[in-house]
Write a protein that binds this ligand. Structure first.
Ligand SMILES: NC(=O)CCC(=O)C(=O)O
Length: 283
């Protein structure tokens, strides 16, 4: 399905408001702008249509099968088709079979839905005096990894806290992914400590590209977002990144770097599955 090993990616680091219609309009104009800059793959942040707060998720959620009310879903499909680009549509709160999920939709250049990833690892954290959040109070966790073949390569999808689990990234690598996209919304605490580290670790361990996209910083709510949307290459090097303000990161992905890295540092071939198990020898 892939047409070329080189292409431009656009990471839309949107500022999110408590007005859903405004979020949809903003996202559309940033996607169009990224496309005009030559991006053939555009990535949005986690919860791009809704503030990252348990107070909002339910009210902003969409049932994607209900085309009349799924305005965010519809916009992504329309703009993918209008611009002829692939979109990894960040995430949105989704109603499905009576449950709420944190869901990423991937659209083809003809506007067709290619894949849907429901966030697998719930962000439940309580650091006294610092960050406290419990996604599992409101969302049901997804149960399946998502790998999707697109015009811009084979892409694995994870949403935010999913990045902290190397096992998921390894499944994507073993499934032949060229790139893992993680829409995210890290906070000031774990953002500073872990955001860059997790991205570079997933990329270098698996020798593939990692792209992340965050909302821009909003200091008004209780959960302050870190920002710093980034593209990392298979050597774990940062190709392009941003600060915390609203912006679009445009960068070039070159999948030839995957093969080059894997040939010169063949760690994937050197794996020793025969010894990767703990045996207590009682020395
Ligand atoms: N929205 C999230 O999943 C936040 C994840 C996070 O901050 C982390 O440390 O993990």
């Amino acid at each position: 399905m892939m047409e070329s090993s080189k292409f431009k990616i656009g990471l839309c680091q949107l500022s999110i408001a408590s007005d859903k219609k405004a979020n949809i309009e903003k996202a559309r104009s940033l996607i169009e702008f990224a496309s005009k800059q030559g991006a053939s793959l555009v990535v949005l942040p986690e919860m791009w249509n809704c503030p990252y707060s348990t107070d909002y998720f339910e009210g902003f959620a969409e049932n994607f099968d209900d085309q009349d009310s799924a305005s965010s879903f519809k916009m992504l499909s329309e703009v993918a088709c209008q611009e002829g680009i692939t979109i990894v549509g960040g995430s949105m709160p989704e109603w499905s079979e009576g449950h709420l999920y944190n869901t990423c939709c991937v659209f083809a250049p003809n506007g067709k839905l290619l894949a849907k990833h429901q966030k697998i690892h719930m962000f439940d954290a309580d650091v006294p005096g610092d960050v406290s959040f419990k996604e599992s109070d409101i969302f049901l966790a997804g149960t399946r990894p998502t790998i999707v073949d697109t015009d811009v390569g084979r892409i694995g999808i994870g949403i935010c806290h999913d990045i902290c689990f190397p096992e998921l990234a390894m499944v994507y690598r073993d499934g032949g992914a060229h790139l893992i996209c993680y829409p995210g919304a890290f906070n000031m605490s774990t953002g500073e400590a872990l955001w860059e580290l997790e991205q570079r670790a997933r990329a270098v361990d698996n020798q593939l590209y990692v792209a992340t996209c965050s909302p821009s910083r909003d200091s008004a709510g209780s959960y302050t977002i870190w920002g710093h949307s980034t593209l990392v290459n298979p050597l774990g090097e940062i190709i392009a990144t941003s600060g915390h303000d609203e912006t679009i990161v445009i960068a070039e992905v070159d999948y030839a770097a995957i093969q080059r890295t894997r040939e010169s540092l063949p760690t994937l071939k050197q794996r020793r599955q025969d010894v990767y198990q703990f045996i207590d020898y009682h020395f």
